[in-house]
Design a protein around this ligand. Structure first.
Ligand code: G6P
Length: 367
C-alpha cells in the first residue's frame, strides 16, 4: 500500500524509487502514446489568447516552476513571471486581464500559495493548478486542474511529486506551443517521445544508488556544500541544496554555474564540496571552465554528468556520478534522482530523521 514502507528504510527512499512508475502513470494522462501527441484535460478558456503566465509556488514546487519557465518561454514563447508565494502578493504584481496564473503544489493546501491563488482569482486571472492531492483546496478552486499522479507522498521532503510536476508542466508547455502554432506536429511527436523516455531514464539513474551511497561519507562531514547548474538544470542545483539542507542539516547553496564567480567562489576551499550538475551539451564547455575555477582553489568536485561529460571533465574530480545520456528536455527529471539520493544517503550517514526532519512540516498551512 502507498502508506507502507515495504522493503524500504524510509518513505523518502521508497518515494524516490517510485519515480519511474509514477512519472509513467502521470504521463499516461498527458500524452497519447499512439498518436504521439500531448493531451490535456478539457480546457474551457482560449489557451491561444494567453500571452503571459504567472507561476506561484513554494519550496520544491517552486523549483518545478522555475524549470517550467524555461519550457513555456522556449516552446510557446510566452513570457513567464515566477515568485515564491510568500513574496508574490506583497509586491503588488501586475496582473494583466486575461493572464494565466499557474499554481504548483503537492498538497494543494500550502497557505501562502492558496492565498496567492485567491488574490489572482480576484484580479480576474484564469487559475491553473498542478496539484497532487485531488481533493485539496487548490484543486477545488482551479479553472484548469492538472493533477499529478504521484500517489500519497509521506516523506516531508518532496521527491516524486516534483518529477511528476515536471512531467505535467512539460506537457502543458508543449500543448500551449502547439495551440499557439509555435510547435509543429513533428516537433510535438519528438517532445512526446522524449517524455516517454523519462521513466526508463529515471530507472537508469536509480541504478547508481549504490555508487551514491558509497560516496555519501565524503559529503557528510562538510559544513557547507555548493551545488551548481545551468539553464533548466540550474533549478536542480537549488533543489539539490534544498534537499540536503532539509534532511541532513548541512548548509547548502544552489547557484547558477556562471554566477559562482560573483560570490560563492570566495568560499571555496578543500572543505567545501561542489556538486556540479552538467549534462553534456552546448553549455557543457562553460561549466567545465567554472569547474576549473573551483579546482584552482583546491575545491573538491562531484561531477554529475553522462558518460561523455565524465570522459571530458571527470578527471581530478573527488567523485563522479554517471547519468544516462538524455535529451535536455528530460534532464531536469533525471538529474533530480542523484540529488535526492545524495541528500538521502548523507542524511542516513548522519543518522537524522529522514522522513520527519526537525522543524519542517509536510504541508505548511500558516502564512
Ligand atoms: C513544505 C514541504 C516541502 C514542499 C513545500 C511546498 O515546505 O516540506 O517539501 O516542497 O512545503 O509544499 P506544496 O505542498 O505546496 O508543494
Amino acid at each position: 500500500a502507498a502508506t507502507e514502507k515495504g522493503n524500504y528504510h524510509h518513505f523518502m527512499q521508497k518515494e524516490i524509487f517510485e519515480q519511474p512508475t509514477v512519472v509513467a502513470q502521470t504521463l499516461r494522462s498527458y500524452v497519447r502514446q499512439l498518436e504521439r501527441q500531448v493531451a490535456l484535460p478539457q480546457i474551457d478558456f482560449d489557451i491561444t489568447a494567453i500571452d503571459r503566465i504567472t507561476i506561484v509556488a513554494c519550496g520544491t514546487s517552486y523549483y518545478a516552476g522555475m524549470v517550467a519557465k524555461y519550457w513555456f518561454e522556449k516552446f510557446a514563447r510566452v513570457p513567464v513571471d515566477i515568485d515564491v508565494a510568500s513574496e508574490f502578493r506583497y509586491r503588488d504584481p501586475v496582473l494583466p486581464y486575461g493572464g494565466l496564473s499557474l499554481f504548483i503544489s503537492q498538497s494543494g493546501e500550502t497557505a501562502d500559495t492558496l492565498a496567492a491563488l485567491r488574490h489572482c482569482r480576484e484580479a480576474g486571472q484564469t487559475i491553473a493548478v498542478v496539484v497532487n492531492v485531488p481533493t485539496s483546496s487548490m484543486a477545488r478552486e482551479a479553472d484548469l486542474l492538472l493533477p499529478t499522479h504521484a500517489g500519497p507522498e509521506i516523506g516531508v521532503a518532496s521527491t516524486k511529486a516534483f518529477t511528476c510536476q515536471l512531467a505535467v508542466l512539460a506537457a502543458l508547455a508543449a500543448h500551449m506551443a502547439v495551440k499557439k502554432g509555435m510547435m509543429d506536429a513533428a516537433e510535438e511527436r519528438q517532445v512526446v517521445d522524449h517524455l516517454l523516455e523519462a521513466p526508463a531514464c529515471l530507472n537508469a539513474a536509480l541504478d547508481h544508488d549504490e555508487d551514491i551511497k558509497a560516496m555519501a561519507h565524503l559529503i557528510a562531514p562538510a559544513r557547507d556544500v555548493l551545488y551548481l547548474g545551468r539553464g533548466p538544470d540550474f533549478p536542480l542545483a537549488l533543489e539539490g541544496a534544498l534537499k540536503l539542507k532539509e534532511i541532513s542539516y548541512i548548509h547548502a547553496e544552489g547557484y547558477a554555474s556562471g554566477e559562482m564567480k560573483h560570490g560563492p567562489i570566495a568560499l571555496i576551499d578543500d572543505k567545501v564540496p561542489v556538486i556540479v550538475l552538467a549534462p553534456s551539451g552546448p553549455l557543457f564547455e562553460k561549466t567545465v571552465s567554472n569547474m576549473q575555477e573551483v579546482r584552482a582553489r583546491g575545491g573538491k568536485i562531484v561531477l554529475i554528468s553522462d558518460a561523455e561529460g565524465i570522459a571530458e571533465a571527470g578527471e581530478g574530480c573527488m567523485a563522479t556520478i554517471e547519468m544516462p545520456k538524455v535529451h535536455p528536455l528530460i534532464a531536469p527529471l533525471v538529474y533530480a534522482v542523484p540529488v535526492q539520493l545524495l541528500a538521502y544517503h548523507v542524511a542516513c550517514v548522519k543518522g537524522t530523521d529522514v522522513d520527519q526532519p526537525r522543524n519542517l512540516a509536510k504541508s505548511v498551512t500558516v502564512e
